[in-house]
Design a protein around this ligand. Sequence first.
Ligand code: ATR
Length: 279
Amino acid sequence: MIKKFGILANPAKHSLSPVMFNAAFQAKGIDAEYGVFEIPENNLSSFIDQVKHEPISGLSVSLPYKEVVIEYLNQVDDDVKKIGACNTVLNKGGILYGFNTDYKGSNTALKNVLGPLENKKIVIIGAGGAARAVAYGAMKEGANVYIFNRTKSKADSIAIEFAEIFNSEIHSGSLNDIVSGDVLIHTTSLWTKEKGSKTPYNLPPKFCNPEYIKNFELVMDISYKTLNNPLINTAKKLRKHVITGDKMLYYQAIEQFKIWIGKEAPALIMKEALNRSLV
Ligand code: ATR
């Protein structure tokens, strides 16, 4: 019987996960298909029943479900508990297991450019679910993490929580407090919101200013919806190392494949499929 996988999100139609996974299944001769489950919030519970009974073997989970999905799962690993978000579900005989591959994707993207992250000064902008995963990953590798957010209190809460988990200092502040470092990682939903507006980026945020960017060796953005955004464009002009949002998506997908299929992913095939779909 053909195995079913898919992305659970709302909206979900923009997702580039289907092209990567369907190419991977085909290349490996796996009888499986990866679809799109764009589920309204009031239908989440009945959809999870469908996942268990249809059955659907695995889910990628994205906005707005990464946090709320946890309460529907039978078991989650330690990373999910600590990050407070799950982006990968495995269905084994109707028992649902939750994992987080986002932080692994972020770490791999960073390590490919920087090598070990230990003692690197990593400055994160944003304090939503994505920022939590990125900060968690960096702290797990022994980096010095600084987190800045429009709403300072949210950055402060992450700092307090993760300082306790890792028994290590983590700094926080508002967007006016941004300090220099080795890496600047942008995780807010700013580009996603602005895309499609009539006057996009009329007022790029202050952290896109060359005066800030010049203080970093590497700039990473995690949104793959607008690869050429003011931050990345400024960093490129300053000839900084740049990691665009498709990289985290790609590396976390390779980890998802391993969790679902139990084998190494056909990484090159997935990369080529993703690159063909990027605008
Ligand atoms: P995700 O799970 O993708 O991180 P989220 O939890 O909704 O999404 O978090 C969105 C992040 O983008 C938050 O850090 C948010 O800042 P606030 O905590 O102050 O809301 C940030 N964000 C969204 N719009 C922003 C804007 N116009 N300027 C600065 N930060 C913005």
